[in-house]
Design a protein around this ligand. Structure first.
Ligand SMILES: C[S@@+](CC[C@H](N)C(=O)[O-])C[C@H]1O[C@@H](n2cnc3c(N)ncnc32)[C@H](O)[C@@H]1O
Length: 244
């Protein structure tokens, strides 16, 4: 079965609106507070990166998928924006320079499945942060009822253009990894394309502990892009961290 990021067209048809105004404003605000240059890890097809580059912010992107980077380059070209992006693994990169802000948007940090992956990524980030620099990560706030949905049953996600998207999930409690399959039904042809991906769940105290264990100091923890304080019902965990 293909991975979600192997089909950029379908990925983009769902995530087109993902960098909504509130998300974009959040990153824009953080960068105006802490400065540039900026590095986006797992920048994907550039929903956030292109808009920040469009504003004249000096920003670099890194992603493991050549297809996603290709789409990012193409979309930036269509908007006449120059983007500096390169292929690389957020667990192992050396860019030879430091950044005032490094961020990982769109739950991409949840692709770090093992603790060793998280540790390797945080080590790389530490080496690339300028003095006083900030690392910003957004992940989901795990919602147990959603994780524990009946196995094999398809649940509606929504309609995107000509597609209706349903999903089925298998959450493995031992590894804290949610294995997700997205089923895209193309209404005009009745064809179904299934794409898979996996998201490690980070429970709130665990996430804080991982950061602190690796020498980061959590300066802010928001529950959403409107910068509300993180609480029980927050959809997200958004950490702004510096180095101790
Ligand atoms: C949710 S998407 C990207 C979101 C992105 N902010 C956007 O605007 O499209 C997740 C991305 O993580 C990338 N990815 C997964 N594992 C990675 C790794 N180890 N290193 C770098 N990128 C990775 C995937 O290729 C994919 O593009």
């Amino acid at each position: 079965m293909k991975n979600l990021y192997d089909d950029v067209f379908l990925y983009d048809s769902v995530h087109g609106g993902f960098a909504d105004a509130e998300t974009f404003d959040f990153y824009d605000r953080q960068i105006s507070l802490y400065g540039a240059p900026v590095l986006e890890l797992a920048c994907g097809s550039g929903h956030v990166l292109i808009r920040l580059a469009e504003k004249g912010i000096e920003i670099f992107g890194l992603d493991i998928s050549a297809k996603m980077l290709g789409a990012c380059q193409r979309k930036a070209g269509e908007r006449n924006v120059k983007v500096k992006i390169q292929a690389g693994d957020m667990r192992q990169f050396e860019l030879g320079r430091k950044f005032k802000v490094i961020f990982i948007a769109g739950n991409s940090f949840q692709h770090l499945i093992e603790n060793a992956d998280v540790s390797a990524c945080l080590d790389c980030v530490k080496r690339h942060l300028a003095p006083g620099g900030k690392f910003i990560v957004e992940v989901l706030n795990p919602y147990i009822p959603l994780l524990m949905r009946e196995r094999g049953r398809k649940f509606m996600v929504g309609a995107f253009g000509n597609y209706v998207l349903t999903e089925d999930v298998r959450y493995r409690a031992a590894t804290q990894v949610n294995h997700i399959r997205w089923h895209f039904w193309h209404r005009p042809t009745d064809e179904i394309t299934t794409l898979s991906f996996a998201l490690r769940q980070f429970f709130p105290q665990e996430l804080n502990a991982l950061f602190e264990f690796k020498g980061f100091c959590i300066e802010e923890k928001f529950g959403d892009f409107n910068q509300s304080a993180f609480s029980d019902d927050s959809p997200k965990q958004i950490i702004v961290a510096g180095l101790i």
